[in-house]
Ligand binder design. Structure first.
Ligand code: PDD
Length: 280
């Protein structure tokens, strides 16, 4: 079992310096990325992650030569090399290294990757549920791109953490967009609501899985904007991401959601999601 580093054609130690000072991911955040969960040695929804990566790259005019199949082969090789059954792949593509100036260089793109063992969210913590805060969504207008520019996300996440919470639920123009690193849902009267896809949120891969899981349970999945007040009045709230899967939120801004425990439906969806993973 080991954690793996990869940089532009070579496997490297994770702490080995491999990025030139003038690398544009480092200097401008000029790149895109994906985080892919590996279960039992198999990357989950790999095709969907790679399609999103290609879309993100296109959106920032990043000229990648590799196809989805090339990335698949690269990831599968690294996962196998790591010998980890439960891990997360982090894949980053940037506009390469060139003397610092804003205009696009003609440099080849830079591809780096890590494969790290993950423990996932503690079972007990999931059963207790997590707290969150509301925070103004201060990000740019193109949050559908999984870009390296995460400064507003990390600032809001840190504010949440400092307040003893797991996530900051972002609010733009009075409506909830998403979390700093997750999509947000509420359950009301047996219906799941989540923010509709637009340029303001990331189209989560876990969100796609949740839609399928929800529908397979016969629960309506409605994409509709909702406000912080509506969320506070919900029966259940949960968030999703590759690393947190389906995670109940039981308190926001110090106010309990429902009876302050993880919702029945949320945990049902979580168990179904675990079955869905094995079937992927
Ligand atoms: N974050 N929204 C944002 C802003 C995110 O950063 C993420 C994921 C999601 C959920 O997407 P998915 O289900 O595809 O993981 C939604 C990853 C895990 C991260 O940056 O670490």
């Amino acid at each position: 079992m080991m954690n793996i580093g990869y940089a532009n054609g070579k496997y490297v130690q994770l702490d080995e310096p491999v990025i030139p000072i003038d690398e544009r991911g480092h200097q401008f955040g000029d790149g895109v990325y994906e985080v892919i969960r590996v279960y039992k040695g198999k990357p989950f929804m790999l095709e969907e992650h790679l399609q999103r990566l290609i879309q993100s790259a296109k959106a920032i005019k990043l000229p990648i030569q590799q196809s989805v199949e090339d990335f698949k082969a690269l990831i599968l090789e690294a996962v196998q090399k790591s010998n980890e059954l439960e891990s997360a792949v982090y894949l980053q593509i940037t506009r390469g290294a060139a003397v610092r100036q804003h205009l696009f260089p003609s440099a080849p793109v830079s591809i780096t990757m890590t494969v790290r063992q993950v423990a996932g969210i503690d079972t007990e913590a999931r059963e207790i549920g997590m707290k969150a805060i509301f925070h103004e969504d201060e990000r740019w207008a193109n949050c559908y791109i999984k870009s390296l520019n995460l400064l507003p996300n990390i600032l809001a996440k840190q504010i949440a953490h400092d307040a003893g919470c797991y996530e900051a639920i972002l609010v733009r123009d009075g409506f909830i967009t998403e979390g700093t690193s997750s999509n947000v849902y509420m359950v009301k009267n047996g219906v799941v609501y989540t923010t509709p896809l637009s340029k303001q949120i990331l189209s989560g891969i876990t969100r796609m899985a949740v839609k399928e899981v929800t529908e397979s349970l016969g629960v309506p999945f409605i994409e509709k904007k909702f406000t912080p007040d509506e969320l506070l009045q919900a029966d259940e709230v949960f968030i999703t991401s590759t690393t947190s899967e389906i995670l109940p939120i039981v308190n926001v801004d110090g106010k309990s959601i429902g009876d302050g425990n993880p919702g029945e439906w949320t945990m049902k969806a979580y168990r179904k999601f675990k079955e869905f993973i094995l079937a992927d």
